[in-house]
Structures are given as C-alpha cells and as structure tokens.
Design a binder for this molecule. Structure first.
Ligand code: AMP
Ligand code: MG
Ligand code: MG
Length: 186
C-alpha cells in the first residue's frame, strides 16, 4: 500500500446488549482519528470529538460501561453534521493518506451515519482494513480483536479500550506489524 500517511479512525457508537439499539440504528458518538507518517509510523496529529446521537439519544448503561462515554459527554456534543464539519476542517490539511481502521465496521458506520443525516461522505481516500492486512502479513490463524492484537505484539493497551481516540492510538501502534517489518513472535 503506497501512502505518505495513514489516517487511523476509530468510532464509538450507540449500542446495547439487549436488541434495543439495532445495528442499523447505531450512531457515532465519538470520532477518534490519528494522522500517522507512513515512513516513521510516528503520530503527526490527532483529532477527537464526541457526537450527539438522535435516534437513541439516551445512552444505555451497557454503552456507558463499554465506552466510558457519559450521557453528559454526548449531550454537550455537536450534531453529526457539525462534528463532520469540524473533522473535515482538521482532515483537509493533509494529503496522501489512506483511511485505516481495525475491521470494516468503521467504514460501514460512517456510511450509515452520512446516509441517515444526508451529509456527504467526507473521506476521499481508499479504505484499508488493518486487521485483515496484519492477519495476512503475520500469518495468524484467525483475525484478532484489537486488545488481543496488542497483546500478541507484546504491547500493553494504552488508555481506555473502546474509547475512539485511545483505540485509534493503539491501532497506530500496530501499523508496523501490518505495513512495516515488525514481526509477531510465532
Ligand atoms: P470498538 O471500536 O471496539 O470500541 O467498537 C465500536 C463500537 O461497536 C462501540 O462503540 C459499540 O457501539 C459497538 N460495540 C463494540 N463492542 C460491542 C459489544 N460487545 N456489544 C455491543 N456493541 C459493541
Ligand atoms: Mg473500533
Ligand atoms: Mg473503539
């Protein structure tokens, strides 16, 4: 994958453990994004914003426990449309990047929210599933979750798992294993 930069994104979204928030009604509540230099794998810049959901405006207890995002965080947050406008303001300073996420979920969730809110899809760069690339490159038997991949690489998760910005930072630490020469010990 030829790129000057990796744009690593991780979204958190409304969710439940009971079926009360169906997959097609989930909405982004946090955008975590990191811009990474493709040669050095060093972080150049970061962006984080909470987003106020409208379909299920009250977060479930499950969602608050999973993400550590509070009801107040989302109530004080901008709408999806305004959050995307801020994100674009940050993103459009950069060129030559590919859009990376851990799995295809984030790409699908962004498309879903853009469709629902009638907001133009904001990222022109191609999408790369880092989980798939890392799994193939390292010859793993099955695709690991982000927490397991961090452990397999001999690292310790930094920050809070299931917070968008922390997940994006931890995905960034795995980029040398997907696109560089770093090896996971067999
Ligand atoms: P993650 O990036 O792994 O934190 O997951 C992104 C979003 O997927 C979360 O904010 C939730 O909306 C949803 N999600 C992740 N794990 C679960 C789970 N175990 N049960 C329900 N939803 C989940
Ligand atoms: Mg994620
Ligand atoms: Mg996450």
């Amino acid at each position: 994958m030829q790129a000057d930069r990796y744009l690593v994104i991780d979204f958190e979204a409304t969710c439940c453990d009971t079926g009360s928030v169906p997959r097609e009604h989930m909405e982004i509540i946090e955008i975590g994004a990191v811009m990474v230099d493709a040669r050095s794998f060093e972080i150049e810049d970061e962006f984080q914003i909470f987003v106020r959901p409208v379909r299920h405006p009250k977060l479930t207890t499950f969602c608050i426990a999973l993400t550590s995002i509070s009801q107040r965080d989302v109530e004080l947050a901008p709408s999806f449309k305004d959050a995307v406008a801020e994100f674009k303001h940050w993103l459009y300073r950069y060129t030559g990047f590919v859009f990376c996420s851990w799995g295809d979920y984030d790409l699908k969730q962004l498309r879903q929210d853009c469709d629902f809110h009638k907001v133009p899809y904001p990222i022109s760069a191609p999408h790369v599933n880092v989980k798939r690339v890392l799994t193939e490159k390292q010859g793993l038997a099955k695709k690991p979750g982000l927490g397991d991949a961090i452990r397999l690489a001999g690292l310790t998760f930094s920050g809070t798992h299931h917070r968008g910005i922390d997940d994006a930072r931890n995905i960034t630490r795995l980029l040398p294993y997907a696109f560089g020469v770093a090896r996971i010990a067999p």
